[in-house]
Design a protein. Sequence first.
Length: 448
Amino acid sequence: MKKLYLENLGCSKNQVDAETMLKILAEDDYIRTEDPAEADIMLVNTCGFIESAREESIESFFSLHQANPEAKILLTGCMAERYAEELSNELPEASAIFGNRDLSQIRSVVGRVANGERVVATYAYPPVKEEVYERDELLNFPGSAYLKISEGCNHRCAYCAIPLIRGSLRSRPMAMILKDAEHLVSEGIKELNLIAQDLAAYGTDTLDGSSRFMELLSRLVALEGDFKLRLLYIHPDAFPPELPQFIADNPKVLPYFDIPFQHASTPILRSMGRIGTKESYLSLIESIRAKVPGAVVRSTILLGYPGEDEDAFAELLDFIEKAQLDWMGSFLYSREEGTKAYELRGERDHAKAHKAAANFQKRLESLQQGITERRLEQFVGKEYDVLIEEKIEQEDLAIGRIYSQAPEVDGLTVVMGRDLVPGSVVRCGIRAVKGIDLEALLVERLDG
């Protein structure tokens, strides 16, 4: 058996790609090792969304190369797709540069590299019905998995390089998604996290241009098995008005809404290419909470976009105060070549604005921290199902998540109890809020 080390970076969509490549290479007798020093082949599955992510990808590459200079090391993923030629010239240490559009080609690329060839290869997407998504080994904690329903994006937000990297929207055939979901549930997955650049855009790349997301959701909840669906990433300007009531009526769908508003200042939103307003976004949140008991709302905010000043930031702070989001993430604007926003200011002005945006980010996150801690108090004194993810060694403790906590991005639930098994679901009473985490006590084991 040949040994393969994988360093996966970036978003959950990149993770699904990594899991797919692992499956393909396992068929060629590669087994994954956690130790880069013993690997024959190393993959760095890169992120290329913003500058800081690209820097992390390069740092990971050199760290791994130093740990095992004898191994063949390949750059894969988004950064490799977008900057293949540049990386080939600047990183002679790389044995291959491989894009992310036709993952089935990883077998050929690794085979050529193993035979001493240096490969720089980006491929066109295959027909959607021929795309490969089969996975065996998942990189999540036990019990949950990501389920990708589409690739690429048609929104063309002015700041976003995703369409340059992953292309226009490509919806997976519904039958393939359902088959994937059935397989995951049969393997014991308790939580399916649906992912795409925008879930609600699913199907809009077909001839009539209408979304088929609600149809897909109806088909998914009809599947047999004891599992939950979590919906991640729904563009606020394309939010299905019938979705809140559907979730209220279907307990298989967790009442968790991940809606990346990005900003609240109308001039900023218009420049970004968005049609919403602070008022329409607040109205959407209010409507969700009115229709869905226990609804949790998460959002992402972009700071430092060209044109953002103290007035625009004050508008954003007012929005955050009124929205009372349960969770919020933020990131700083990255000037991405090829996007519409790239020409809005030069590099010198961008560097200056970046410093101001970092200050804005601290103020925003300080405000949100207090809001999140107060919102978490609603769970204290009540019982919830907890998906156990990790056992704390030599302690009667485990780490898990309740419905209000998405994997990787939100707080966690610390469960006190004996013999808690990762991947199982247990009933717990929430005792306290600890920062952005919850403290819970085991009440009942639900998985027998």
